[in-house]
Write a new protein. Structure first.
Ligand SMILES: [Zn+2]
Length: 308
């Protein structure tokens, strides 16, 4: 049964849940605004709901949003992998309704009384209201093609998936949970890096998660790190790159500093495909680039191969 094609990711048997509002990432989902639509279409078409179509950043074609979503949020034309929320990732990756979230009463500190456009506590409250999630991570246990796993998914829709003390603590506790239960650990990374609003406390999460992973490794655990677009900063510089097996989605931006910062620093043009998953595979930083449709199979295969 385990190897049979029960892939919820193929979509037919899985409940179709609409994305929570505010889930659209402006960088990847070039949404056609109502105004633009009006400009190019006749008046009778103005009844088309906003966001029904979107332009693919990969091939520049207009896509019917529902068709793209039914295709695991991958462009049916060119295979561009759109960014997805943690909720959608869990829906795609796990066996139907197998995900049991683990929740902790954790709250991020504001030791710097940080204010950018607004105070940090206000920003947190706004993000919680927008996403319906307490923080930029969902963690729990689940089954993937019948294999039990401990799963963490960073959530790009919440403050760019940045790692503050709550995210770091949730990851650490998940690693410890996987160690105690002898479960394979899967962390799906998509993050802008450490959360600047929490200052050094964010940076300390890098050491804490890495130390927990070292203990997990000593105990013989299997850690599969899945890098998705984008995986950057302190997340790349800690647990994301410590996988026993490191998988990446096609085209994912993976790096420490972003390409624009590097370009400005070294004052040189960067090669095409710089910091993309395929280039990292070439230089040996990533073990395999796996299309979204193959992730469940690939993860199940690795777990079986490792005998976990
Ligand atoms: Zn496309």
């Amino acid at each position: 049964m385990a190897d049979s094609e029960t892939n919820t990711a193929s979509g037919d048997d899985a409940p179709k849940r609409p994305e929570p509002s505010g889930n659209v990432d402006p960088a990847s989902m070039t949404q056609i605004s109502a105004k633009e639509t009006l400009d190019v279409r006749s008046a009778k078409k103005t009844s088309i709901p906003e966001g029904l179509w979107l332009r693919c950043p990969g091939c520049d074609k207009m896509l019917f949003r529902k068709a793209m979503e039914a295709n695991l949020h991958v462009c049916p034309e060119c295979g561009h992998h759109f960014r997805i929320s943690a909720t959608e990732r869990i829906r795609q990756l796990c066996d139907v309704k197998s995900f049991e979230p683990r929740r902790w009463k954790l709250e991020g500190a504001d030791p710097l009384n940080f204010i950018d456009l607004k105070p940090y506590p206000d920003r947190l409250a706004k993000e919680q209201e927008k996403t319906g999630q307490p923080e930029a991570i969902q963690a729990g246990r689940a089954f993937i093609k019948g294999r039990p796993v401990a799963l963490c998914c960073l959530d790009l829709t919440f403050m760019m998936g940045s790692m503050g003390s709550v995210v770091g603590e949730a990851i650490t506790r998940s690693i410890e949970f996987a160690t105690d239960r002898e479960l394979p650990l899967i962390i799906v990374s998509c993050s802008g890096g450490a959360r600047m609003q929490e200052g050094a406390l964010s940076l300390m999460q890098m050491a804490k998660t890495s130390a927990a992973l070292a203990r997990f490794d000593d105990a013989g655990g299997l850690f599969i790190s899945l890098l998705t677009d984008p995986t950057t900063g302190g997340v790349t510089a800690s647990f994301a790159m410590l996988g026993d097996v490191i998988l990446a989605e096609p085209g994912a931006l993976i790096g420490f500093a972003g390409p624009r910062v590097i370009k400005q620093t070294i004052r040189q043009d960067l090669p095409e495909g710089f910091q993309r998953a395929e280039q990292l595979l070439d230089v040996g930083m990533v073990d395999r680039v796996v299309p979204r449709s193959e992730l469940r199979n690939e993860i199940a295969r690795i777990i079986d191969y490792a005998g976990k």
